[in-house]
Design a protein around this ligand. Structure first.
Ligand code: MTE
Length: 341
């Protein structure tokens, strides 16, 4: 992993091998039709299932297989930083800004990958307040600005691996969740952190449909939440988060499946008990509390051994803990990762 501190000029250089493999559109359309038919038969497939081939469609329209193109000024207007020079340690190009912000999972705005970008304009990310309470010495309700301003924002390039077997490489802007937790002083009873998304069907029309038991809730064990990789993000590509990516504040936990990275957070609660999280409640056989990326434990309905990077055609092997094993595996020492999925 490389961490880029916002404002510094430190850039770790590495060679990027462009991948220029373009899809066969007819094959894509055929596969999409098959998946759509399967979704019609099984409503649960629709709830959290691989989307039919949008990644290939994206690479067809220009691709993000090359670092020099990722987030290039012009189309996206991203000019604050030469993002083409910001590279992740694994010699991987960044996923294009256009792809990061138009291929989303945010069921509060619809279950299609393109729905959030189309529909999330109804979300009002400012003014915004965030409550922090439970097992803390300093419970408080903060305005977004007061919540964020004591912290130094950093740009960090992380891989994001969705449970649906697609992935991206994203330059987030944010601050360590651990810094916030220290600020509110956990009591000796605190063992977990529960995160809750805004619940407001006016702003989030998808909450009128019973896809999940709203609001979306996620959780981490306290030691996971204190891990330096766990990030509270306010931005992407150096800009404020677009609504569809979870404005104004989201979690990013890069060694876990993407559904742990809860969006548009309004409440953090430190608890003694393990939180009941949205996907684990909705489908307990399919989604566990830990949700660590693990190529050896398949989802009951598909393999987790490989993944498709957005903008690239060829699948790649999925890495244990999404490539962050060295940093995080000690958190799970002695745990049976098959049972505690
Ligand atoms: N948070 C909320 N509130 N609602 C959601 O539907 N989807 C999750 C996660 N956070 C989701 C959410 C899933 S499944 C993934 S893969 C990531 O957000 C996707 O983040 P992205 O759209 O920014 O790529």
């Amino acid at each position: 992993m490389r961490i880029h501190i916002h404002g510094s000029d430190e850039i770790r250089s590495s060679e990027i091998t462009p991948e220029r493999i373009y899809m066969n559109r007819r094959r894509f359309v055929g596969r999409a039709a098959k998946l759509a038919a399967a979704a019609a038969v099984s409503p649960s497939l629709l709830a959290c299932a691989p989307s039919p081939g949008r990644s290939e469609e994206l690479s067809d329209s220009g691709g993000s297989g090359e670092a020099g193109r990722s987030g290039a000024p012009g189309q996206s207007g991203i000019q604050e930083r030469d993002w083409s020079a910001v590279r992740s340690e694994l010699d991987e190009p960044l996923t294009r800004y256009e792809d990061v912000t138009t291929y989303n999972n945010f069921y509060e705005f619809g279950t299609g990958k393109e729905d959030p970008a189309k529909n999330a304009h109804t979300l009002r990310p400012r003014p915004w307040s965030i409550a922090v309470d439970g097992e803390v010495a300093r419970p408080a309700i903060y305005d977004l600005e007061d919540f964020v301003s004591p912290h130094r924002l950093e740009d960090r390039v992380y891989r994001l691996r969705c449970v649906e077997a697609w992935s991206m490489v994203v330059p987030w802007r944010g601050f360590p969740l651990a810094d916030l937790i220290r600020r509110v002083e956990p009591t000796g009873k605190a063992r977990f952190v529960e995160f809750t998304t805004l619940h407001d069907p006016e702003q989030m029309p998808g909450q009128r449909r019973g896809v999940l038991d709203w609001p979306y809730v996620e959780g981490l064990r306290l030691d996971e939440a204190m891990h330096p990789l766990a990030l509270l993000a306010t931005g992407v590509y150096g800009r404020d988060l677009p609504n569809q990516n979870g404005a104004p504040l989201r979690l990013v936990v890069p060694w876990k499946y993407g559904f742990k990275s809860i969006k548009s957070i309004v409440h953090l609660r430190l608890t003694e008990e393990m939180p009941a999280t949205a996907w684990a409640v909705a489908a307990p056989r399919e989604y566990g509390f830990f949700a660590n990326v693990n190529p050896e434990v398949d989802h009951p309905r598909w393999s987790q051994a490989r993944e498709r990077r957005l903008g690239q055609l060829r699948k790649r092997p999925t890495l244990m803990f999404n490539g962050y094993a060295e940093q995080v595996e000690q958190l799970y020492a002695g745990m049976d990762l098959r049972r505690s999925f």
